[in-house]
Ligand binder design. Structure first.
Ligand code: ADP
Length: 271
């Protein structure tokens, strides 16, 4: 996937950005914060994985990062600039998202849904031929060519997810934010998408349930638990059996995968 010419075509002009989370907290009610003040950062081009149990605050943090929730305290900075000092369009030109619930499709075809990713950069409603080449590159890269003229609504969950990733890629973002992108994907597509995310020139912030995928493909991991940062740093230092026991309440055996040389995780319940 990443060795194809489409990959290079799609990423001309990408300037990976630095993203800083400076004491960001969020909640509906100040007395009961959902996210406690958090400090973290992603260097340009880095993959930052956010892991944590259900309800830990992963989606809430991501919503703060793509300017959907305004932090109650703290700031999110894109290359040093507060994203709330930027217009929604300025943010949309630089940050693309792949969210858990794909937006309604209004009867669009797969190619038309992907084309929507061009909107933040469009000067008019007309898509130019060179822009359309990006849509074709994204269709090829995500192996969606044969679905191009299918109704988006008729696709399976995993196919829809790949369309949403293709749509985010044609946006040519400097930062790509993904909330559980592997949820509906079969094993091969899970591995391919993580390999793709690692190879992208843009900065990637991704929430993941699979600790092995996070460990293999992220440079940095942020562990969230109860809306607080339980740990952050390099995967091999962070994803230890002790940390996993405290955060996820499971026992873990970690060894080295004989084929990939990467850490292999096996879990069992505490007895
Ligand atoms: P995760 O993505 O880690 O599963 P979420 O960020 O979705 O967790 O949610 C964290 C907690 O905040 C959950 O208990 C959830 O019910 C709560 N929560 C999230 N958004 C809101 C909201 N708008 N109003 C009230 N509670 C919310």
């Amino acid at each position: 996937m990443v060795d194809t010419p489409w990959f290079t075509d799609l990423f001309h002009g990408t300037r990976p950005a630095r993203l800083d989370i400076e004491g960001v907290s969020w909640g509906v009610d100040r007395a009961q914060p959902i996210l406690h003040p958090l400090v973290a950062s992603a260097e340009p081009g880095e993959v930052l994985a956010i892991v944590g149990p259900n309800g830990a605050g992963k989606s809430t943090l991501l919503r703060c990062l793509y300017r959907f929730y305004r932090p109650v305290t703290g700031k999110v900075r894109l290359d040093g600039e507060d994203i709330w000092a930027m217009s929604p369009r300025q943010v949309a030109r630089r940050i693309a998202t792949v969210l858990q619930e794909p937006a309604s499709d209004f009867g669009l075809t797969v190619a038309e849904v992907i084309e929507l990713g061009l909107t933040p950069h469009a000067k008019s409603w007309n898509t130019s031929t060179s822009d359309y080449a990006d849509v074709e590159a994204a269709l090829a890269l995500l192996e969606l060519d044969r679905f191009a003229s299918r109704q988006f609504g008729s696709l399976s969950g995993g196919e829809k997810q790949r369309v949403m990733i293709a749509r985010a890629l044609v946006q040519r973002p400097d930062v790509l934010i993904l909330d559980e992108p592997t949820n509906h994907l079969d094993i091969r597509h899970q591995l391919e998408i993580l390999e793709l995310l690692e190879a992208l020139p843009c900065t990637v912030i991704v929430s993941l349930h699979d600790l092995a995928l996070a460990s293999a493909h992220a440079q940095k991991i942020l562990v969230l638990d109860g809306g607080k940062a339980a740990a952050s740093g390099e995967p091999s230092k962070i994803l230890t059996p002790e940390r996993i026991r405290k955060t996820f309440a499971v026992e873990t055996a970690i060894d080295t995968h004989p084929a990939t040389g990467r850490p292999r995780f096996s879990f069992h319940l505490q007895r």
